[in-house]
Ligand binder design. Structure first.
Ligand SMILES: [Zn+2]
Length: 175
């Protein structure tokens, strides 16, 4: 870890020199070097906290086909804040904007997160409850038995799936 900057600079919002700002470079195992930024302006109250990738890779598409429950339980999903995850056969997509937090989990853990999102959606759209329940039951079944595809696309090349069996993953580089 190294401190790139620490001090008071011009506030990007109100323009006075009262913005206390820290920038730290930190090496992470999956995302490489990241830049952690935080700051607070004592004049206008503006707050900043962000993580930026200090190194970027090539745009990547990772296609993972879970053959059975072992692939689901023992493969890892590493999703950066720029990664999109979708499943053409299960019919869902997680965009970076709406659910953009980075995550490192098993594919099984990720599928439970999808169930969480579906349950939240059910609370918002009670008229679609029967359809959403059908989706949730399908996801539970797929966690147990496999037989689905997950695709991860990342314009900065920071997301991937670390498979339990190498033959379940195909990597494509996009231009
Ligand atoms: Zn300010």
């Amino acid at each position: 870890m190294s401190i790139i900057y620490s001090g008071e600079i011009t506030c990007p919002v109100c323009g006075t020199k009262t913005f206390r700002y820290v920038e730290i470079l930190y090496e992470t195992p999956f995302f490489g070097n990241v830049l952690l930024q935080s700051g607070y302006c004592s004049n206008c109250g503006y707050r900043l906290f962000d993580v930026e990738y200090a190194e970027v890779g090539r745009p990547i598409r990772v296609i993972f086909k879970a053959k059975d429950g072992i692939d689901v339980a023992k493969s890892l999903l590493i999703r950066s804040k720029t990664g999109v995850i979708y499943s053409p056969d299960l019919g869902f997509s997680l965009e970076p904007g709406s659910h953009g937090e980075p995550m490192i989990t098993t594919v099984e853990g990720f599928m439970y997160k999808i169930i969480d999102y579906a349950e939240r959606l059910k609370a918002l759209e009670p008229e679609n409850a029967a359809k959403i329940d059908g989706f949730i039951n399908t996801v539970y079944e797929k966690i147990e038995k496999g037989g689905f595809t997950l695709i991860v696309e990342d314009s900065l090349g920071k997301s991937f799936i670390q498979p339990y069996r190498p033959e379940t993953v195909t990597v494509e580089y996009l231009e």
